[in-house]
Design a protein around this ligand. Structure first.
Ligand code: FAD
Length: 278
């Protein structure tokens, strides 16, 4: 069982608990991006086990009639073992997901994986005519070019500021500069993309930017936030916009919880307050 405080950010250890959380979210008109926690496997067994669970999960999401999709990590699907392993596992998941009409996001990990991740995404997006999405990180210097490259690729693109801390030769490290990049990337996407924009940010300024760009260009977009972060805002936004919550689950929850706390100490304070207020 996930202990109090951590359970604000992680939906449970089992798929059943994750789907129960999705059901509750759907009652608030919020859809779910379900992620089985796991990354950087250096053996084939956990890769195969997680891939098999994702294939069952897409069937369960479709079978339960819930509004949900999945998000996978390349290193969870064996990228550290080889690009061929990652692509083979991703292919089986995308196949199963397409069969059940469930969308598949591919998270973006550290910058050494960007090329392999983008290449795989592009190949699958063309093969399946959409049905898959990729994440791009505003803090990477290369991302402007990547975002232009993705303009003609089917599927969706999630824009985030970047959760990793790459060095200044490949990334912007100043938060004001990253915010500026994020705004510019959104501007480009709303102008040149044919919908399929995921605004993966809790930042009120970025959400406002996206809303204004939507007004100006009419381009469709969705707002994506993490479980446990600004949930009241997620429910409010869902009255007017398409909102998706990223819902992690699984028994490897400790390091994910640790990251959320380190990323923002207030997360811990908010969570304590929520527990104390019942
Ligand atoms: P920040 O720059 O952290 O904060 C800006 C403002 O947002 C704050 O001043 C505050 O007003 C508000 N805010 C932020 N956090 C909180 C909080 N906890 N409580 C209240 N207000 C808050 N990164 C990757 O590298 N790869 C991925 O694949 C990836 N996928 C993601 C998927 C989703 C759905 C989301 C939401 C994020 C994902 N990220 C990913 C993480 C992302 O890169 C950022 O690290 C993370 O979202 C923090 O940046 P931010 O834009 O939310 O706001």
């Amino acid at each position: 069982m996930i202990p109090p405080i951590a359970n604000r950010f992680v939906a449970g250890e089992s798929p059943a608990e994750a789907l129960e959380h999705v059901r509750q979210l759907n009652d608030h008109n919020v859809k779910a991006i379900v992620n089985l926690l796991g990354e950087h496997y250096d053996e084939r067994d956990p890769v195969e086990a997680d891939a098999a669970e994702y294939r069952r999960l897409v069937a369960d999401i479709a079978g339960s009639g819930l509004e949900g999709c999945i998000s996978v990590k390349p290193s969870q699907l064996g990228l550290d073992l080889g690009e061929d392993v990652f692509r083979a596992e991703l292919a089986d998941i995308v196949d199963a997901a397409a069969e059940h009409g469930v969308f598949v996001w591919v998270d973006m990990e550290d910058h050494t994986t960007t090329d392999a991740t983008l290449d795989a995404f592009e190949a699958f997006a063309h093969e399946y005519g959409g049905g898959v999405g990729i994440c791009v990180q505003a803090n990477l210097r290369r991302t402007r070019a990547d975002v232009r490259r993705l303009a003609d690729v089917p599927g969706k693109v999630r824009f985030v500021k970047g959760a990793y801390d790459p060095s200044s030769d490949v990334a912007y490290t100043d938060s004001a500069r990253i915010d500026r990049e994020y705004r510019d990337l959104l501007e480009y996407a709303f102008e040149h993309y044919d919908g399929g924009i995921g605004v993966g940010s809790h930042d009120p300024a970025m959400i406002e930017r996206a809303k204004a760009l939507h007004e100006r260009h009419g381009t469709e977009f969705e707002i994506q936030m993490l479980m446990g972060v600004r949930e009241d805002t997620q429910y409010e936004l869902a009255d007017e916009y398409e909102v998706w919550q990223y819902v992690p689950y699984g028994d490897r929850w400790l390091s994910y919880f640790y990251r959320r706390v380190m990323e923002r100490r207030e997360n811990l304070r908010f969570a304590f307050r929520a527990v104390l207020s019942g």
